[in-house]
Design a protein around this ligand. Structure first.
Ligand SMILES: Cc1ncc(COP(=O)(O)O)c(C=O)c1O
Length: 320
């Protein structure tokens, strides 16, 4: 049995997006608001952290250590959860410390995380070194993997799809969302199987080649099923990933993301982020325009959070 600490405001709401649907001349659109999970601006990592923090607590940890990009949403939510449940927190962030801490980084500091900067290529070694030092110093560290995407973290999204199935009389034909470290997708894929949900689970890759992500999601989905007490195999080629929208690379906001952020904001008053949900929504919009979905289908866009990044200095000029 998985142990859990209650952190998130669940179930997150599901709303219709009628104006956006009409604007795009497309199918029925729904949105699942995991940007509203309620932990320091929330997001998909909050669900994962409910299980990861329980694991840390059960291991008698006192210090949570994790790593990510300078504007990592995962790191911000981990730091906030650590603050709330009395853990210390060290974040290993890739890149150079900016002169001014904005957006997620500002929030990391506000909630009291200790931050270690590292060159992106040396992130794994830096993380290992930080862990070993903390261990030697008797700080009882617990390592939370990139993106919270261990089998325990990813299991949160198997349970999330059960939540979704209890909210809707009929499963949507498609569930579309941003996929990166693969934990969210692996959980959804495993949950679909375990809870008999018929939706097709389409991850829009944020930064990985499709084949890499398919293999990772397939392996992790099998492990998630195992954690939930079921034996199940997931062939990599059956994992649905679209990697046509990775644009100019991770964290680079181009015209498609900018347009998606503007359309969601102006037609539905919903805020997306420049890195993940803006990119996934740009993919969704393009697929609708191409006629990829049939008009009778229902598409659920799973909003995975990330909105604090809207306020990162590098995006502000491009968004206004
Ligand atoms: C806002 C947001 N959406 C989507 C993702 C991707 O989720 P996963 O890493 O589980 O694939 C992330 C990961 O950091 C994220 O911050």
């Amino acid at each position: 049995m998985l142990s859990k600490i209650h952190i998130a405001h669940l179930p997150t709401p599901i709303d219709e997006l009628p104006t956006l649907s009409a604007e795009l001349g497309g199918p029925r659109l729904l949105i699942k608001r995991d940007d509203q999970t309620g932990l320091a601006f929330g997001g998909n990592k909050t669900r994962k952290l409910e299980y990861l923090l329980a694991q840390a607590r059960d291991a008698d940890a006192r210090l949570l250590i994790t790593a990510g990009a300078g504007q990592s949403n995962h790191c911000r939510q981990t730091a906030a959860a650590a603050a709330r449940f009395g853990f210390d927190c060290t974040l290993v962030l890739a890149g150079q410390e900016p002169e001014t801490a904005t957006a997620n980084l500002l929030l990391d500091r506000l909630v009291g995380a200790e931050i270690v900067w590292t060159e992106p290529e040396k992130r794994d070694q830096a993380l290992q070194a930080v862990f070993e030092q903390a261990d030697e110093a008797g700080r009882q560290p617990f390592l939370i993997p990139y993106g919270g995407s261990s089998k325990v973290g990813a299991a949160a999204y198997a349970i999330a799809i059960q939540e979704l199935s209890q909210q809707l009389p009929e499963a949507p034909d498609w569930i579309v969302f941003a996929s990166s470290s693969g934990g969210t997708q692996a959980g959804l894929v495993a949950g679909k199987r375990l809870f008999g949900v018929g939706s097709k689970i389409l991850g829009v890759s944020v930064d990985e080649p499709g084949k890499v992500l398919q293999a990772r999601v397939a392996g992790l989905a099998r492990e998630v099923a195992g954690v939930l007490g079921k034996k199940a195999a997931f062939p990599a080629e059956e994992i649905l990933v679209n990697d046509n929208y990775t644009g100019e690379g991770y964290g680079v906001m181009g015209e498609p993301e900018r347009e998606a952020i503007h359309i969601f904001a102006r037609k539905e008053g919903i805020l997306l982020d420049p890195v993940y949900t803006g990119r996934a929504a740009a993919g969704l919009i393009d697929l609708i325009r191409q006629g990829f979905f049939s008009p009778e289908e229902t598409i659920l866009f799973w909003h995975t959070g990330g909105t604090p990044a809207l306020f990162a200095g590098k995006y502000i000029d491009k968004l206004t």
